[in-house]
Design a protein around this ligand. Sequence first.
Ligand code: 13P
Length: 284
Amino acid sequence: MPFVNPLRMLQDARSGGYCIGAFNLVDFLTLRAIVEAAEAQRSPVILQTSSASVKQLGIKALVAMARLAAGESPVPVALHLDHGTDRAVIREAIQGGYTAVMIDGSKYPLEENIARTRDVVQEAHAHGVAVEGEVGIVAGVEDDIVVRQDAAIYTTPEEALEFHRRTGVDFLAAAIGTAHGFYKVQPKLDIDTLRKLAAANPCPMVVHGGTGLPLDVVRELVRAGAAKMNVSTQIKQTYIDGLHGYIEAHRTEYNPIKLLDHARRELVAMIGEYMQVLGSAGKA
Ligand code: 13P
């Protein structure tokens, strides 16, 4: 299937009461594992790249790799730029073939966040590209974006509505207490606010910080109306632990194909489990 714009996927998820996983890739192996899991689970999927991955691999290579994998796949696959903060990189993604971009203006005051987001929406929509915005501030570490826990600001339904009305974003990241990276203490989630945001807002809601949430909490977030959930750190951990585990068990074997294959299989299993908990399995 050719790449798809994820908006339709997310609207279907919203009305169908399930959630689409957006998984951050770091290379071709993680990309393949995400698509393979989606095929095994018959799930729509969003491939995401952080700005750090863009710096590492470049938009052209990322689009080419993702197009190749999506083109051979029977399930719908979207390619999304996660946490775009640099306007030039966002433009490159829009013009270079991404089907969605996130403009993260959350560190700016509301008016400036609105102005920056609206500017991206205008350009992206002219290219048929969907846009995710963020209102409120999600804490934690996401590659090169670091936000301390005490700097997090929870999203209010009024602010989210105004943000959506004035920017025209297609989907919206809500700060409800989840955080990027591993949780050092149990997060204080405001699931009731997510429920209100999802009920009041005309656009699908996004939950960041999917790694480390207990599975029953993930299910509750989906029931409350999360239509897109981002998972990144868990991908990196499973990948690296998979490599370590294999190397430790086969210290004198020098076969990178077997080593990488092992890590890929671990990733496919882990991502498939997320798709089942999110309820997107069987929806493609
Ligand atoms: P985690 O790294 O906690 O899974 O968060 C991912 C994320 O929200 C990316 O935007």
